[in-house]
Design a protein around this ligand. Structure first.
Ligand code: COA
Length: 325
């Protein structure tokens, strides 16, 4: 028995925020953003649109591709660090919006690695017989935790959602391995200080913008490159494979220079790596499932091909999923 990707989906908000738009907000330039990140534009959710609003249509599309009805779903895992609310979980809101009445639903908080963590968890739930299928979603509204006066972060992120349906099946296709890792000693490099029990909600929290994401860009960059390369290596080694066996690498879409450096560390051609960060920026936990859905739908990889997904995020968290499509 293999745990297979039975369907994929994505949903991006309509509103496009270009680098030229950002030039009007902060002291930056289209040229700097493209040279240092590779990002040209990103999508931004309209006022009042929350993570479950993006997750639900992505999930519907994945269910349709899998030929499944919402009532058949047994598990919903949402990777998000911009949930609708602290609680209930965004997964519970998605369950309700879909009408997935039978599903157990919960969120995974692993920042940009939330989707890969979710796939790893759902894979084990299905393997152990706790459920027959799972909807794993990455959904983010990072525009809600951005300090739009901070040029070092506001140019990087965007909003969106991607989803997969996992279910047990026969044949060659399926997840070959999942690896997830954490290092909490680096939590101060990438975090949102406010809104939890450390910095409680006060008027100061808002005026000091403590709800907004903080990042040490340089150190995060270096750890991201090493961690993503390590996560790719362990997946290849465990499966007795080399880069030559892989049809496509779907990396977390944080920065084109990070992807180039990972490719270099692994000795792989950059053309093996799927890139859409030029259009969406870093959509955190949504970045890999959005890219995976594009890959499946645009035919860049298809049934029987090996796809290696590699992530990195706040925590720090990182990991990989190797799948035969
Ligand atoms: N526009 C123009 N200049 C900017 C800028 C912007 N948007 N953001 C930063 N700068 C400036 C800095 O202030 C600094 O100026 P200074 O030399 O006068 O102090 C200069 O550019 C260089 O800053 P630095 O931070 O060294 O740039 P960088 O080349 O490392 O690029 C990041 C910055 C954020 C793009 C890069 O560090 C990065 O991508 N880090 C990882 C981020 C990430 O992906 N995090 C999420 C992981 S899930």
């Amino acid at each position: 028995m293999k745990i297979q990707i039975a369907g994929t989906g994505r949903f991006l908000p309509e509103k496009v925020l270009t680098n030229a738009d950002l030039e009007k907000l902060v002291a930056t330039s289209n040229q700097w953003i493209i040279e240092r990140t590779g990002i040209h534009e990103r999508r931004i959710a309209a006022e009042g649109v929350c993570a479950s609003d993006l997750a639900t249509p992505a999930a519907r599309q994945a269910l349709e591709a899998a030929g499944m009805k919402p009532e058949e779903v047994e598990l919903i895992v949402v990777g998000t660090s911009t949930p609708d609310m602290n609680f209930p979980s965004t997964a519970c809101f998605v369950q309700s919006k879909l009408g997935a009445v039978k599903a157990v639903a919960f969120d995974v908080l692993a920042a940009c690695s939330g989707f890969i963590y979710g796939v790893s968890i759902a894979n084990n739930f299905i393997k152990s017989g706790q459920c027959k299928n799972a909807l794993v979603i990455g959904a983010e509204v990072y525009s809600s935790i951005i300090n739009w006066e901070d040029r070092t972060t506001c140019v990087l992120f965007g909003d969106g959602a991607g989803a997969v349906v996992l279910k047990a099946g026969e044949g060659e296709s399926g997840i070959l391995s999942t690896h997830i890792f954490s290092d909490g000693s680096k939590s101060a490099d990438l975090y949102t200080p406010g809104g939890g029990s450390v910095n409680r909600f006060t008027p100061d929290l808002v005026s000091e913008k403590k709800y907004a994401l903080c990042m040490k860009g340089n150190s995060t960059f270096k750890v991201a490159v090493k961690s993503m390369a390590d996560a790719a290596r362990v997946a290849l080694e465990q499966n007795g494979l080399t880069g030559a066996d892989i049809k496509i690498v779907i990396p977390h879409q944080a920065n084109l220079r990070i992807v180039s450096a990972v490719a270099k560390q692994l000795g792989l051609d950059e053309s093996l790596f799927y890139i859409n960060l030029d259009r969406y920026g870093n959509t955190a936990a949504a970045s890999i499932p959005i890219a995976l859905d594009e890959v499946v739908r645009n035919g860049r990889a298809g049934k029987g091909d090996l796809a290696l997904m590699v992530t990195f995020g706040g925590g720090f968290t990182w990991g990989s999923v190797l799948v035969r499509l």
